[in-house]
Design a protein around this ligand. Structure first.
Ligand SMILES: CC(=O)SCCNC(=O)CCNC(=O)[C@H](O)C(C)(C)COP(=O)(O)OP(=O)(O)OC[C@H]1O[C@@H](n2cnc3c(N)ncnc32)[C@H](O)[C@@H]1OP(=O)(O)O
Length: 172
């Protein structure tokens, strides 16, 4: 049985996601889905039909000079992004994370709460950094990686996979 939700957090629910395309001329549309692959799939279908996709930045986030942020990316409360960093589209920069200078965060990455990235870090397309993980300066992480909660990455990760621990090692 399908339960019809009429409102959420004080906002009227106007339909399900499969009816989203009916609304692209009336509203900006933001994809608030945590799973990187699902977020990418829906984002791309919206992009194809010319939907207006905003960037969302919480007022308490601190964004430095010469920072570029792609459409469909959300920067949550207390996040700090330092100068000369590029962030792709459809990313989640989650609560209280810090991304230092000259980083390159590719599309559809999720930086979980409390992650710290040092200077000149590169995070590949679709990767997910678990809560409280740390990446040392100058380190590159390949596309579609998962880095476990609390892990510390001190060397480049060149193959997609799941990495855990301090220092981070490949789980699978
Ligand atoms: C607002 C939000 O909620 S944002 C989302 C925040 N959530 C997160 O950050 C979660 C991050 N996810 C993790 O850390 C997960 O444990 C993953 C993705 C790394 C691995 O998950 P799974 O594949 O399900 O691994 P699983 O739980 O089976 O563990 C496999 C082994 O790795 C170990 N392990 C798993 N995660 C970690 C970790 N973060 N650090 C150290 N060891 C770990 C387990 O203890 C287990 O070891 P064992 O075989 O010796 O018992």
């Amino acid at each position: 049985m399908m339960i019809k939700i009429k409102s959420s957090m004080g906002l009227e629910v106007i339909g399900t996601s499969d009816r989203i395309f009916e609304h692209i001329d009336e509203h900006e549309i933001f994809v608030g889905i945590g799973d990187n692959n699902t977020r990418q799939r829906i984002y791309e279908s919206l992009e194809t039909v010319g939907a207006h996709i905003p960037v969302l930045v919480h007022p308490s986030a601190v964004i430095g000079d010469q920072v570029n942020i792609g459409k469909g990316t959300v920067v949550m409360a207390g996040a700090v992004i330092n100068c000369c960093t590029n962030i792709g589209k459809g990313c989640i920069i989650n609560t209280g994370s810090t991304i230092d200078h000259d980083n390159c965060i590719e599309d559809y990455v999720h930086i979980s709460p409390g992650v710290h990235l040092a200077g000149s870090v590169r995070i590949g397309h679709g990767s997910w950094l678990g809560i409280g993980s740390v990446v040392s300066n100058g380190v590159n992480i390949a596309k579609e990686c998962k880095v476990g909660a609390g892990s510390v990455v001190i060397k480049d990760i060149i193959e997609s996979g799941v990495y855990i621990g301090t220092p981070a090692k490949r789980l699978r």
